[in-house]
Design a protein around this ligand. Structure first.
Ligand SMILES: [Zn+2]
Length: 400
């Protein structure tokens, strides 16, 4: 039975982490940038070594194709090669390199279908302001003016001389990623299957009171917009906490007007974000937060507005493919842990475009990610890659 070479995978992770490395130990590989091109060239070399046809597509995504014994649409594994500023070495890279480790373990002709490995050139969305930009462009989503901006940046950058390889539409997409949260680490689990990816709803909220002199206006004669906003922020926290783990909510920005020490705040503009892996909980908590704004404002003689909702729906991952991952966990003696993802991933874009998708999560030490301290235990990296291999074999067998 083919087995993943965990030691080699760890070496590859260390090697790739040299590209874009900063003095503080963090990585900087902005989406579609030259460091991503360098990373794509590096992984394409490893793909070829594993027996794959390798290069990049017209958008700089690293692609490797391993022939199967039969034909058909490939089973695709992968993640992304870019990082946030001062990001960690596991986010994205681990999924791409684990995919190559799977290809290396299998070799050509072992599966019935071809195996594809993809390293998307921009997932974090910092460079062009759109998250999962490379996979969105790949599936043909309308990304507005970002598409032309990326094209211009790539034309200026060049493709690093890699041969052109296109990713055919996959029959299944499996993404290994670190959890980026504390749950698995806290519970002592190394690996989990992911069955859903949270939807994210965002809205603008304003609290309107009356700006006035901060000295001469008695405390009982004030309409302080910031006091209302503060009460609402706490109400939002309580509403999400009261959802029993079904949703999280955050007020992440607040701008106080006029914003002077000696003026009672007349207006505060805030931005609300609600996330939930299930549509009912997302709508329920969002509506409750909106109602709470009006209630809190009314109780304080203020006015509140909540609007401009921007909604992205939660995505349930493919039941059969999630089943393959859960069976693979069993094959590896790693239990049967299933989690939703509270962060967005390329798997969500693929699933949204109708590609059956699922994810494998590896425990994240201390739940820390998007920082130089980001870490996954060696044992968890190897275990997650072993699960990915078995899940690929199971999906290939099931899809026929
Ligand atoms: Zn990521």
């Amino acid at each position: 039975m083919p087995e993943v070479d965990g030691a080699r995978l760890l070496r590859d992770l260390e090697d790739l982490a040299r590209i874009g490395k900063q003095a503080n130990g963090g990585l900087r590989r902005p989406g579609f940038g030259p460091e991503v091109a360098e990373a794509a060239a590096r992984v394409a070399g490893w793909m070829r070594e594993a027996g794959m046809t390798a290069g990049c597509d017209a958008w700089g995504n690293a692609i490797g194709l391993l022939p199967g014994a039969g034909g058909g649409a490939p089973v695709c594994v992968g993640s992304h090669l870019d990082t946030v500023p001062d990001g960690g070495r596991y986010d994205g890279a681990m999924g791409v390199l684990a995919g190559i480790a799977v290809a290396r373990a299998l070799g050509p002709g072992r599966l019935r279908r071809p195996l594809a490995v993809v390293g998307f050139a921009d997932e974090e969305g910092n460079a062009f302001g759109v998250g999962c930009l490379a996979s969105r462009i790949y599936v043909g989503e309308d990304v507005g003016p970002a598409r032309a901006r990326v094209r211009a940046a790539l034309d200026a950058r060049g493709d690093g001389g890699l041969p052109r390889v296109e990713l055919p539409r996959p029959a299944a997409y499996l993404e290994l990623h670190l959890e980026q949260g504390p749950v698995l680490d806290r519970d002592g689990d190394l690996v989990a299957a992911v069955d859903a990816i949270a939807g994210i709803d965002r809205a603008d909220a304003s609290f309107l009171g009356e700006a006035n002199h901060a000295g001469t206006t008695p405390m009982d004669a004030r309409r302080d917009a910031l006091c209302g906003a503060a009460a609402w922020v706490l109400a939002v926290r309580d509403l999400a906490a009261g959802s029993g783990g079904r949703a999280v909510a955050t007020v992440g920005t607040a701008v106080v007007h006029p914003g002077a020490t000696n003026v009672i705040p007349g207006r505060v503009d805030l931005r609300l974000e609600v996330r939930a892996p299930e549509a009912g909980a997302l709508a329920e908590v969002g509506a409750a937060c909106e109602a709470a704004a009006h209630r809190v404002a009314a109780a304080r003689g203020l006015a509140a507005t909540v609007g401009g909702w921007h909604r992205t729906v939660p995505v349930a991952l493919d039941r059969a493919l999630v089943g393959d991952v859960r069976s693979a966990l069993g094959d590896c003696g790693l239990g049967d842990r299933v989690l939703p993802s509270w962060a967005g991933h390329d798997a969500k874009v693929m699933a949204g475009a109708g590609v059956p998708a699922a994810m494998v999560f590896a425990a994240t030490r201390g739940g820390r990610s998007h920082c130089p301290e980001e870490s996954v235990a060696d044992e968890a990296v190897a275990a997650a890659a072993a699960v990915l291999l078995r899940a690929v074999e199971r999906a290939d067998a099931r899809l026929g």
